[in-house]
Design a protein around this ligand. Structure first.
Ligand SMILES: Cc1cc2nc3c(=O)[nH]c(=O)nc-3n(C[C@H](O)[C@H](O)[C@H](O)COP(=O)(O)O)c2cc1C
Length: 396
């Protein structure tokens, strides 16, 4: 993200404090952020706070020349990789829709040709007003991205749509727009993630500690490369990556059914879920006594989804994950051949620094011709991006 420049227009809405969080997240990703504030925005939070957060002089005044007497709004407009308005008031939305240029922000917006994203935030009645909706439609039709507000309790006490999208979602849209590349455009990617849960009786189950993080990052990374992504997820508490279709399942049998139902229309399958190998032979309708469990809990094998996918493979590119506590690479090599896979991601879950429940991972990537690449310990999001780039190399 280094050397990417986002111009962040900030207008006078109560949600303005969340913009600071957006800047903080972008700065951590080394994105250059140039803030332009309206006069009314500066009534809510002093520009100095934005200056400290962005590490750059905040621009507020149209009639101030920049260094070397440069006309600042034209300079900023030309050098932006992306223009985002957070929060966007009803006022700036109307001004943009009708080409009004009466302050620094609105004038710069007319001068830029950078892609534009707008995150509206206002009272529900204002948001639902026909003029706001018509103005948003004008912007949408012109190609601007609208980062839709959420429904909820608003600062004014009303409940309804108009709440600014979360900083996480706004940053996701920004990253998607900055990174947007079409390497996997037109490809349908199916990702499985998380554990499965197999019930014993109404109050007990067997499962494993998979958090689903790696699978969710894989889905996000595939989406960022332009793919159409469907994520079949076991029970996890993670937020769905933006633009990804999610199907929630509980048991391995449900996961099997959802995956198989979509297999024919899928180009790339990424099986990152930690599906249970065994389940209780019988699910008891009533809670069973402790003593009965102690004496015996017969198990049976669940269906091997990856193996079935390999056996029915036509055009699909199949990616498997292996979580092992020892002999990670040797096991992965066996699996790639035995299950007719195209690519394998193997990780050692015996370490506390990587694998299950952590935010980081260290993996080995194994190709069909058994070439092995080591990917050193890093954030799961970065590892996922690297894996998806490699997959894109192989399917292109
Ligand atoms: C306390 C307060 C909160 C406001 N919150 C919002 C808001 O969330 N959304 C909005 O569109 N306008 C809001 N306004 C009204 C705008 O500040 C007003 O329309 C202003 O002209 C916007 O100017 P700007 O778009 O140039 O920043 C609020 C005003 C006040 C006094």
């Amino acid at each position: 993200m280094k050397h990417k420049k986002v111009v962040l227009g900030v207008t006078g809405g109560i949600a303005i404090y969340k913009t600071l969080e957006v800047i903080s997240m972008l700065k951590k990703l080394e994105v250059e952020v140039q803030v332009i504030m309206t006069r009314h925005a500066a009534q809510f939070i002093h520009p100095m706070t934005f200056e400290a957060m962005s590490g750059k002089r905040v621009l507020t005044d149209l009639f101030t020349l920049g260094e070397d007497s440069r006309i600042e709004h034209i300079e900023v407009a030309k050098t932006a990789d992306l223009f985002v308005i957070v929060p966007a008031t009803a006022n700036i939305i109307a001004k943009m829709a009708h080409g009004i240029a009466d302050d620094l922000l609105s004038t710069t917006l007319l001068a830029t040709r950078a892609p534009l994203y707008v995150a509206p935030a206002m009272n529900t009645r204002m948001y639902e007003h026909a003029s706001v909706q018509e103005n948003l439609k004008i912007l949408r039709d012109r190609g601007a991205g609208i980062i839709e507000p959420e429904a909820g309790r608003l600062a004014c006490g009303d409940t309804g749509r108009g709440k600014l999208a979360t900083p996480e979602d706004i940053v996701e849209v920004i990253l998607f727009a900055l990174e947007a590349r079409d390497r996997l455009k037109g490809k349908r990617v199916l990702v499985t993630a998380g554990p499965t849960v197999e019930p014993i009786d109404p109050v007990r189950f067997i499962s494993n500690p998979s958090s689903g993080k790696m699978g969710f990052e894989m889905a996000r990374a595939a989406r960022r490369l332009g793919a159409q992504v469907c994520l079949v997820a076991g029970p996890v508490t993670l937020k769905t990556p933006l633009g990804v279709e999610r199907i929630d399942v509980t048991t391995s049998e449900e996961m099997y059914r959802e995956v198989m139902a979509r297999y024919d229309e899928t180009d790339i399958v990424i099986k990152a879920a930690a599906v249970l190998d065994y389940r209780p032979q019988k699910v008891f309708e009533k809670k069973i006594k402790k003593e009965d469990i102690e004496s015996s809990l017969p198990l049976e094998r669940t269906r091997d989804i990856l193996k079935t996918l390999g056996e029915h493979k036509k055009h699909q590119f199949l990616v498997g994950f292996a979580a092992q506590t020892h002999d990670v690479v040797a096991y992965a090599k066996e699996k790639i051949i035995a299950k007719h896979l195209d690519f394998m991601v193997a990780n050692d879950v015996s370490r506390t620094s990587s694998g299950f429940r952590t935010d980081e991972n260290e993996v080995y990537l194994i190709t069909r011709d058994l070439q092995v690449t080591h990917v050193a310990l890093n954030k799961k999001s970065i590892i996922a991006k690297e894996i998806l780039e490699k997959i894109a190399d192989m399917v292109e």
